[in-house]
Write a protein that binds this ligand. Sequence first.
Ligand code: ADP
Ligand code: ASP
Ligand code: MG
Length: 401
Amino acid sequence: MSLIVQKFGGSSVRDAARLKNVARIVADTYEAGNDVVVVVSAQGDTTDNLIAMASEVAAKPSRREMDVLMSTGEQISAALLTMTLNEMGFPAKSLTGWQAGFLTDSNHRSARIRRISKERLENELGKKNIAVVTGFQGINRYDDITTLGRGGSDTSAVALAAALGAARCQIFTDVDGVYTADPRLVKTARKLSEITYDEMLELATLGAQVLHNRSVEMAKRYNVEIEVLSSLERKPGTIVKEVVKVEKMMITGVAKDDKVARIALVGLPDKPGVAFKVFSLLASRRVNVDIILQSIGRDNTKDITFTVADSDKQIAIDALTELSPSLGIKEIVADDMISKVSIVGAGMESNPGVAAKMFEALFDANINIHMISTSEIKISVLIDKELGSKAVTAIHNAFEV
Ligand code: ADP
Ligand code: ASP
Ligand code: MG
């Protein structure tokens, strides 16, 4: 007998038929003699709809209230799945984030899990109940509801698997594994049987939404193997783990992120301390900066261009507008009609010419590159948004991954 954590995403619990399908998978796992902890996301587009409802009543709703609102989606799924299981004759109980012991920091809408108090869950499992836990949520030390960031139910599942020492952590979704590119975008994308934590973390961070990047970070830290698989077809998925058997290819995958904004600060004084002032201010507003480019100084001025998540664009502009008079920024230009397209692969380190091959593929497709950034196992380029999908396909074809 072992403990298995199974997470089901929004499309997997979309309606009554899908809930019954999920209940069958859970029931089979339970009937095979396992303890089962289930983590569910909100049904279908529920979270998007809740966010839209908030924007109808408030221009800038507080982050605390957004968390109270958004966490309701998962509560619906957990109750409905539990009822479905009960109806089938299985002992199941739903638990909200706080009932399941998720203690997080107070960074509303993007909270980090600090600790999981396991008592209640262990108690339910001891009574042979299937525990159906709401993903994506917890409480902070003031007992306020928090959420873990979009896509965060994956992280809830991995955190539970780590805390409970689960034998397996299965992430069921609407594709049958992790592919070399989004299979909805690139028809020739190939399913990977295994992928390393490091490569999966890069892909997830660079826009492959199949796993929440923090779930991969956590899986690596606590050595939890994740299996990504389909909730609709019963077949093996992709294992995410430390070391993989498959031979190293030049690149492992291609990812695209459309939720990026580029901000250019034009005509900054070309003197020490300017970059420090700009980026420490952004850090103090919790804005994560990604690619940074600084121009060569001219007439004692320089330009700094950088990218942020498009959800942070306005916060960044507001902060920099405040700073503008004291720092002497001539102009702030923001643009979110861009896409970041990246290639990821540990094989890159030992293969010179990977970057050239990527740039050649873009050249052949007549796609202009605005910015470039590289690390040991990834290369990212910024391009016009409408060319994003074309770029992913062109690059994927060039590498024949
Ligand atoms: P869930 O609701 O189950 O959490 P998500 O929509 O968050 O599912 O993630 C699954 C989606 O991720 C797939 O439908 C697919 O379009 C997308 N995706 C992006 N990149 C990849 C990739 N490399 N491999 C598999 N799926 C990917
Ligand atoms: N329901 C949340 C979202 O849509 C969390 C999740 O699905 O993982 O982002
Ligand atoms: Mg998801």
